[in-house]
Design a protein around this ligand. Structure first.
Ligand SMILES: [Zn+2]
Ligand SMILES: [Zn+2]
Length: 257
């Protein structure tokens, strides 16, 4: 299969409150993670990093021009691929094992991901094509050689920890269910939630290795208690409180919880 070479790998979108979204438009939606950059006075925040097949640092060098903390919402490959480019990398302690010894979950083709996982993703409602890229990041890029580069954490976080950017503070919310150590970051002053894969406006994944419906029920109930203005999620477009309620309640009813 011959794919075109992308002129530009990352797409950028600017939001209120110093928030910028970077995405990889040439990646199939199920593996297209939202990379969030948040500007702070003392330091910046990068939340998740995409597949890591093209340099995020180069693409966003104008944004990444000062001290930055890279927070990984969880250890799935589409979120952690670019983590190696950051010197400060944190995630929840319950994702530590997978991040220090990646189990190999990941790939740019259905074949590389494996039948069982692909069936689960398709069962959840994702199309999951044979090839996940619609363009290559550069000539000579070899899809079959893709692996997630090693990027051990430099720190871990727990529920309730605060990440201070100088003029703004984010609270870590431990929201297991999608994965054991899934986290969100909550900025109470702007009522902004960076939810990772705990909640997004697409088919939620609750039967992956490490997933737990029981934990997910508690997570969705907790999210329903939050007085959010905007949710910037791990995938798909951002949304507000009403949509959060619709999504969370639909899954709770489906699980009879
Ligand atoms: Zn995930
Ligand atoms: Zn994801």
């Amino acid at each position: 299969m011959t794919l075109p070479i992308a002129e530009q790998w990352f797409r950028r979108e600017t939001f209120a409150d110093g928030v910028t979204l970077l995405t990889e438009p040439h990646v199939d939606p199920f593996a297209r993670c939202n990379v969030w950059h948040v500007r702070g006075r003392e330091r910046d925040l990068v939340i998740d990093t995409g597949l890591g097949i093209c340099s995020l640092r180069e693409a966003a060098s104008d944004l990444l021009d000062r001290a930055v903390t890279c927070v990984l919402t969880h250890s799935h490959f589409d979120h952690i691929g670019g983590a190696y480019e950051f010197t400060s990398r944190v995630a929840h302690v319950d994702e530590l094992a997978e991040l220090s010894r990646p189990s190999g979950f990941g790939g740019l083709t259905a074949r590389a991901l494996g039948d069982e996982l692909v069936q689960r993703l398709r069962g959840a409602g994702y199309a999951v094509p044979e090839h996940f890229l619609t363009a290559l990041p550069s000539a000579g890029f070899l899809v079959d050689d893709y692996t997630v580069r090693s990027a051990p954490l430099t720190g871990t976080v727990l529920d309730g920890d605060l990440i201070d950017l100088g003029d703004r503070t984010f609270e870590v919310l431990h929201l297991p269910g999608h994965s054991p150590g899934s986290i969100a970051l909550w900025e109470g002053s702007t009522k902004t939630l960076f939810s990772g894969d705990a909640l997004y406006d697409g088919p939620l994944l609750f039967d992956l290795p490490g997933s737990s419906i029981q934990d997910y029920v508690a997570t969705l109930r907790r999210l329903l208690e939050l007085d959010v203005a905007v949710v910037h999620a791990g995938h798909d477009p951002s949304f507000g409180k009403e949509r959060l309620r619709e999504i969370a309640i639909a899954y709770l009813e489906r699980w009879d919880a």
